[in-house]
Each structure stands twice: as structure tokens, then as C-alpha cells.
Design a protein around this ligand. Structure first.
Ligand code: F0G
Length: 429
């Protein structure tokens, strides 16, 4: 087996600290840390290894994160790993979505098929594994709901107490239900996500808990596997574009790192272009992109897509790098565009939460603008499951006036066949 070593390197000043140092930011300048795996691997034997593990029954390597362990956390032994297991999510095509977006070769990567219903599980299995390896007494995060659900589930599995900070009144029902049910100590903060994150950082410094937001570099190592799995599912032939919703920019950072590493290892022979999509009411990154990333912007966020209701994204610099290195773009879509895309995704039988639909809404918009050209292939990532936000579904289909284009209203009736016939004959007219 190849000898492997990993270190944490500060993205701002280059300071190197051991992989097992759990402080969470650079001791010299406070910058964000990045994991660097120092090893040499041959791409064809890696591809074979990944495929073999996929067929394995039992063991940690059946996980869609840990079967890429050489590129994620090579030093973790099987006994260290805390896995539910996660990943191995489907890559699908639907005629209806191709027609709606105008992209014939459109693929949907559905991360809502993870154990807690969002892509966060891929990062969380690695972050909790590392937290346990380094003897964490407690773990914490600020969250718009999915990270907290995932943290709670993985911390419960590892037997580590979990503390979460969520914005009052702005977390979708499914997510808060999961967080409470999995047993995390849940603090509902009067303030938005950005306020929650500052408070979580203060709590880390004061209380010595490990912070597992996507500023934690181990989270990004797990989230990279979305990209590895996509290109593997396409037989290592990358698409022209990969589109994803963007909030705190952890995933945008992880995707860029995955593509850079896959390219330099020779797993792929060219870079797809990334399209990071924000909600128009929470789009500091899209606005900055339009100005050539000259400024780091903050906004007061507002959007129906509560998962990405974030005004001061933390992984800014590394996300800029991802967009630049992939010749990517950043766009924004309105809440109406998000809701329409979601209704079409839902009605195709796939379904997703509102923030996830931003990727597909963004693809349609970029295609209309000609940025995505005729004949180009696109993978759009759906980040969370439909059942995360049942409130958004009920409000769109049942409560919104005037009735939206794709509304499918339930009809209450008396329990008689005559009533059934009356309703059906009215609908067929
Ligand atoms: N989609 C969903 C469903 C999310 O929950 C998030 C982030 C994103 C997209 C954006 O990813 O932050 O890496 O740019 N949710 C975080 C949370 C903030 O707390 O669950 P990002």
C-alpha cells in the first residue's frame, strides 16, 4: 500500500500544522485551514479500487465517502470511522427537466438521498470521525438546519455531545425535527445564520468545543466525494458544467478542491466549469463575481430558500479560487424562479427542498442567457430532500394566491362517490 501523510496548511500564510491538531484555524494568522494529502497514487489503480469497493458488502468502504478514503482521510483506520453509511447517491436524467431547462444532456445528482436527507452527511462523517480521533469532548455548529441535523445524527452515533445554534423562526420543519430527535442541545438564536456562526466561533474559543461548520477543513474533504462520485458515475468523463446552490460557500470550495485534485492525479483529463447559484436575496458572492471579485461583500439576507439565507459567507476566498480555477460563473435566481424550478423537480417525481432547486433554476437561466451552450452537458446537484421543508410545499400548492403555475391543490370532500365524480368531472373540463 502507498505510504500516505496528511497535513493542515493555512490558506492565507502557508503555516503547516499536524493533521491531528484540532484547534480549527491557523495558529499564526487565524486563517482557514486546508488538508493536503502528501502521497502519490496511480489513477488507474485508484479507479479500480473505488469500483471494487462499491461492490463490497459490509465494512466502512461501502460508504460513498470512505470508498475514496485515499483522497479524503487516508490515515483513518476502520475502527475510527463514524459512518451511517452515506453517499452512493443517484445520478438521474428526466425528460421533463431537460425540456424545462433547455439542456438536453442534463443530469441530476440527488444528495437528498443521504442518511439525514442532505449532502451534509458526506462532510459530517469525516468531521465527526476526526473529532473522535482527536478526543473531542463536545462538537458544535451554527446552521440553517441541514448541518445541525447531520451533526446531531453523527454525534449521536459517535457518542459525543452536540450543541447547535440555529436562527429563530428560519429553520424548515423537517430539519429542526431531526436535530431535536437525534438529541443535539438546540439553541434557537434571535438572529440570522451569520449571527449564529459568530456565536458558535465565540463558543468554540471560550468552551473548547470543536466547531464542525464547513470552516472545518475535514468537512470539505468529505464533501469533495460528491464530485468524485459524479465523474465516476459518468465513467470518469467530466460534464461541461457542474451547477450547485451556494450559501456559506463550503460546498463551492469543496467542489473546486475535488476538481483540482482529480485533475492533478489524472483521474479526469479536463475541468468542468462550475456554476454556483445563489438566491437573489442572499447573493453577495454573485454580486461580487459580477464585479470581478474585487470586493468581499456582506448583505442582509432574505429568501424563501432558508438553507442558503446567508449574508456573510465564511469560505469566501476558497470559493473564489474554485470559480477562477474552473472558469466558472456565479449567478442568482429569484424566489419565484426557485419555487417554479422546485415545482417542476417535484412533479418529475424527484423532489427537493427549495435551496436545492436553485441549481436547476440557475441552469435554466444560464441556458437562456447562452452561457451554457447548445449541446453542453450539465450536472445539477440537488442538495436536500423534499421532506426537509414540507411548509414550503404546502404554502406553494395550497396557500398561495394567485394560484402559482404548477399548483396542485388538494380538495376536501364528503365521503360519497357522487362527490368524487363531481370533483373529477369538474377537473376534466
Ligand atoms: N443546499 C442546502 C440544502 C444547504 O443546506 C446548504 C447549506 C447549501 C445548499 C449551501 O451550501 O453553505 O456549502 O454553500 N446549508 C448550511 C447548513 C449552511 O447550516 O445546513 P454551502
Amino acid at each position: 500500500m502507498i505510504e500516505q501523510r496528511s497535513v493542515q496548511v493555512c490558506e492565507d500564510c502557508g503555516t503547516r500544522i499536524p493533521e491531528t491538531d484540532s484547534r480549527g484555524d491557523c495558529p499564526a494568522c487565524g486563517g482557514l485551514l486546508e488538508i493536503v494529502h502528501e502521497s502519490s497514487s496511480d489513477p488507474s489503480s485508484l479507479k479500480e479500487l473505488f469500483a471494487e469497493r462499491r461492490a463490497q458488502i459490509g465494512g466502512v468502504e461501502q460508504s460513498g465517502v470512505w470508498r475514496y478514503r485515499e483522497l479524503v482521510l487516508p490515515t483513518a483506520a476502520d475502527v475510527d470511522v463514524v459512518s451511517h453509511p452515506e453517499g452512493n447517491t443517484p445520478l438521474m436524467q428526466r425528460q421533463r427537466l431537460s425540456e424545462w431547462t433547455g439542456v438536453d444532456d442534463l443530469w441530476i445528482k440527488h444528495e437528498g438521498h443521504n442518511p439525514t436527507g442532505s449532502f451534509k452527511d458526506r462532510g459530517m462523517t469525516v468531521a465527526i470521525t476526526q473529532a473522535r480521533r482527536t478526543g473531542a469532548s463536545a462538537v458544535a455548529c451554527a446552521s440553517t438546519g441541514n448541518t445541525s441535523a447531520s451533526l446531531a445524527a453523527y454525534a449521536a452515533h459517535a457518542g459525543i455531545p452536540a450543541l447547535v445554534f440555529v436562527p429563530a423562526g428560519r429553520v424548515a420543519l423537517g430539519k429542526i425535527a431531526q436535530t431535536i430527535a437525534y438529541g443535539a442541545r438546540t439553541l434557537v438564536v434571535r438572529g440570522n445564520f451569520d449571527v449564529c456562526l459568530s456565536l458558535a466561533v465565540e463558543a468554540r474559543n471560550a468552551l473548547g468545543v470543536q466547531l464542525l461548520n464547513s470552516v472545518n477543513p475535514f468537512r470539505l474533504e468529505g464533501q469533495k466525494t460528491i464530485v468524485f462520485e459524479v465523474v465516476e458515475q459518468l465513467d470518469w468523463a467530466p460534464p461541461d458544467w457542474i451547477a450547485l446552490p451556494a450559501g456559506n460557500l463550503g460546498n463551492t470550495a469543496a467542489f473546486g478542491k475535488a476538481l483540482r485534485e482529480a485533475r492533478s492525479l489524472g483521474l479526469i483529463s479536463r475541468m468542468p466549469r462550475m456554476a454556483a447559484i445563489q438566491a437573489a436575496g442572499a447573493a453577495p458572492f454573485a454580486r461580487s463575481f459580477a464585479g470581478g471579485f474585487a470586493e468581499r461583500l456582506h448583505v442582509e439576507p432574505e429568501t424563501i430558500a432558508t438553507a442558503i439565507r446567508i449574508g456573510a459567507p465564511a469560505s469566501w476566498n476558497r470559493a473564489v479560487r474554485s470559480i477562477r480555477e474552473t472558469n466558472g460563473v456565479v449567478a442568482s435566481v429569484t424566489d419565484d424562479e426557485i419555487l417554479e424550478a422546485k415545482a417542476v423537480i417535484d412533479a418529475s417525481g424527484i423532489g427537493c427542498e427549495p435551496a436545492s432547486a436553485a441549481s436547476v433554476a440557475g441552469v435554466a437561466k444560464l441556458r437562456r442567457a447562452g452561457t451554457i451552450r447548445e449541446g453542453e452537458s450539465v450536472v445539477a446537484v440537488l442538495t436536500g430532500h423534499l421532506l426537509k421543508d414540507p411548509g414550503a410545499v404546502v404554502s406553494y400548492h395550497q396557500d398561495t394566491e394567485p394560484r402559482p403555475a404548477h399548483a396542485n391543490r388538494p380538495i376536501e370532500i364528503d365521503a360519497t362517490l357522487a362527490e368524487v365524480e363531481r370533483v373529477l368531472s369538474r377537473q376534466s373540463q
